[in-house]
Each structure stands twice: as structure tokens, then as C-alpha cells.
Design a protein around this ligand. Structure first.
Ligand code: MN
Length: 205
């Protein structure tokens, strides 16, 4: 797991674990790696609301921040900014990151479940790590809210400071131009709470 530990350096350097309730990832070695890898989408009411889209790859959660969240409509191209890898334990994190800390604001687990790497079924199969490095990921999600194919494609912007990708629904039998689960199903799949409820619970505490 040396590689996993190294890829979590950025994550650890941004956070003061005495002050934030987020997992330190120190127990990354003990983190449960699943035979079938997992994805999680966390809704995060930080300075601006966004959805953190994370895929388990080689013992860490490879992550993107998606301001508008996932769509079921293949015509929508959603900006997805690559962020630092997170520890596997983060997949269950729900709570409030205190004011003044990195990413301050409420977090809920908006959707989660196993996923399948669609790139390994192609003529020239790619592992998830290879697909991420190449900038073209295709996965089949088996979440509670999202089921079906999604692609993440890195944008070619040589001088851009940020690592910008696009999250796009693959045009398969699960595509749907009408349903908007980010609006109609705002609650956590872990606790049933909305991000607003999590935020107000901490204000009362
Ligand atoms: Mn976030």
C-alpha cells in the first residue's frame, strides 16, 4: 500500500485532524478494499455547493469536484475538477467540517455503491489506474440513485492550472432526459438527512 500512502500526502497536508472530524487515512492499510470497487458521491455545502465524485482505485478514492453534480442526460457535460486522492475511509464520512478548516461546510453521502470498470471490457482493456492516467474513464455505477454508465474525460487545456475533466452520462438504457435526482432526491443514502439538516444540526450543537 506504499503507493496509496504516497498519494494521500496531499490530502493529509491540507487538513488538521485535531480540528476536523474527517478521517486521517492513517489506517489506510486497514481500510477495507473491496473485491468489487466502490464509488461514492458526497454532496458538500462548502463556500460553493458541489458534489464530490470518488472512485476506489488501488486503495484510495480518486476524486473530482462536480459543481452541478451528475446528470442522467447524455447531452449534459458537467465540469469535474480533479482533486486530491482521499482515503477509503472517507467514503462513509458525513458531518460538518468546522469554519476555518479546509473545505469547511456540511457533507452528506448522496449516493454510493459498487462500480464496474467499463474500460476493461474494451478491445484494448485498461485498468482503472491506466484509464485515469490516460484521462478517459468509463464506469458502470450500481448506486442507490445512479445506475448505469458514466464517462469522465480530461480536457486538453495545456495551460490551465486546474485539472479539468467532464463528467458525462453514457447514452445507454439508463439515460433519462427528464429525471433529475440531484433535485428530487437530495437526501443522504446513509442517514436520510439533507446537507442543510446536517449544517443546522451542527449550529445547534
Ligand atoms: Mn468537496
Amino acid at each position: 500500500m506504499a503507493r496509496a500512502a504516497a498519494s494521500l500526502k496531499d490530502y493529509a497536508s491540507k487538513r488538521a485532524f485535531k480540528r476536523t472530524p474527517e478521517p486521517s487515512g492513517k489506517d489506510a492499510r486497514k481500510g477495507k478494499a473491496h473485491r468489487q470497487p466502490r464509488f461514492v458521491i458526497q454532496k458538500h455545502a462548502a463556500r460553493s455547493m458541489h458534489y464530490d465524485f470518488r472512485l476506489e482505485v488501488d486503495g484510495v478514492l480518486v476524486s473530482w469536484a462536480v459543481p452541478k453534480g451528475p446528470s442522467l442526460d447524455p447531452r449534459d457535460k458537467r465540469l469535474a475538477v480533479r482533486t486530491e486522492d482521499h482515503p477509503l475511509a472517507y467514503a462513509d464520512f458525513e458531518g460538518n467540517i468546522p469554519e476555518g478548516e479546509y473545505g469547511a461546510g456540511a457533507v452528506i453521502v448522496w449516493d454510493a455503491g459498487p462500480y464496474h470498470n467499463l474500460m476493461e471490457d474494451k478491445d484494448e482493456p485498461l485498468s482503472m489506474r491506466e484509464a485515469v492516467d490516460k484521462g478517459h474513464v468509463e464506469v458502470w455505477l450500481e448506486g442507490r440513485k445512479l445506475k448505469g454508465g458514466y464517462a469522465l474525460v480530461r480536457m486538453q487545456r495545456p495551460r490551465a492550472k486546474k485539472d479539468n475533466w467532464l463528467l458525462v452520462k453514457i447514452d445507454d438504457e439508463t439515460a433519462d432526459k427528464r429525471r433529475k435526482p440531484t433535485r428530487t432526491k437530495p437526501e443522504s443514502v446513509l442517514s436520510g438527512r439533507t446537507v442543510e439538516e446536517v449544517r443546522s444540526e451542527s449550529a445547534e450543537a
